[in-house]
Design a protein around this ligand. Structure first.
Ligand SMILES: Cc1ncc(C[n+]2csc(CCOP(=O)(O)OP(=O)(O)O)c2C)c(N)n1
Ligand code: SF4
Length: 284
């Protein structure tokens, strides 16, 4: 019997988190929660097993939106609040890519709030990870749509007095099928959630509690507050909305799973770039 030798092309190398690192060093403040999210995402991508050139990370503007640059995946650091429109366009044009949108609560829920609602409604196969620190970190600490009404700061003395909205309830009401909450301080659990989101057929939303240690140092206490209830409500949107509105905001895990059919994406592009350019050419 002759010995069987596997040629290199038949050997599939297991991927590791380090295979998704770029040469750029994060400039986030020491202790920022976004480090944990980056580590979780790199672990999740390794576990999922597709190489970095088959993954595209799309972001808006903010400290959290810098994340794509710290990986070696394709990346687009775009326009404030517009990660989801870019991600949607890319997924429609290149359904073969794993498309993941990332950003902050200011980016995704304030200026980008409209796009968030419609992404939930459209249910295109995308992952959306929001690093929620309940503040605009990059622009020095303005309150965001998830900031507590009585959060007292130099920039908003006495608090803004506005009711924050609940992103999970909003996502469930708008039609999202995969609605989860993670914590940057539990990167292994977060990596598992991200893998499930990537493999989910349709839009998958993960709200990640990710402390801004500089403008909201009190958020370092989140590690004592988070808990894993482990209950996933299936299909009953009213019950799931009531549950996420009633919990204390620190309940982690996949909290809602629905069965709306995902929007279809084509498997092959119908036009080449040259054909599109010809069609939209401005003459004269
Ligand atoms: C159109 C536009 N408006 C405002 C800004 C200024 N801006 C940059 S980042 C940011 C907020 C970022 O906050 P968030 O998305 O919560 O991210 P974080 O920095 O907290 O991670 C704002 C208002 C901008 N860049 N573009
Ligand atoms: S300002 Fe806040 S969100 Fe931005 S890098 Fe520093 S800790 Fe992170």
């Amino acid at each position: 019997m002759s010995a069987v030798s596997l040629s290199e092309e038949h050997c599939v190398k297991a991927l590791a988190a380090k295979d998704f690192k770029s040469g750029a060093h994060p400039i986030w403040c020491l202790g920022c929660g976004d480090y944990g999210v980056l580590a979780a995402l790199q672990r999740a991508l390794a576990q999922h097993g597709r190489p970095s050139h088959e993954v595209a990370l799309i972001s808006g503007i903010g400290c959290s939106s810098r994340l794509p640059a710290y990986t070696n995946c394709y990346g687009f650091h775009g326009v404030h609040g517009r990660a989801l429109p870019f991600a949607t366009g890319l997924k429609l044009a290149r359904p073969d890519l794993e498309v993941i949108a990332v950003g902050g609560d200011g980016d995704g829920y304030s200026i980008g709030g409209n796009h968030f609602i419609h992404a939930c409604r459209r249910n295109i196969e995308l992952v959306y990870i929001v690093m929620d620190n309940r503040v605009y970190g990059m622009t020095k600490g303005q309150p965001s749509p998830t900031t507590e009404p009585d959060w007292d700061s130099e920039i908003a003395p006495g608090g803004i007095g506005l009711r924050p909205f609940n992103p999970l309830a909003l996502a469930i009401a708008a039609g999202a099928n995969f609605v989860a909450r993670g914590f940057s301080g539990r990167p292994d659990d977060l990596a598992d959630l991200i893998v499930s989101a990537i493999r989910w057929p349709g839009f998958a939303f993960i709200e990640v509690l990710s402390p801004c240690i500089t403008f909201r140092p009190e958020q370092s206490k989140w590690k004592q507050k988070v808990w894993s209830g482990g209950v996933t409500i299936e299909n009953d949107r009213a019950a799931a909305t009531a549950a996420v509105l009633a919990d204390d905001g620190f309940n982690l895990g996949l909290l809602f799973r629905g069965d709306r059919a995902p929007a279809p994406t084509r498997s092959e592009p119908t036009m080449t770039c040259e054909e599109i350019e010809r069609q939209f050419a401005v003459s004269g």
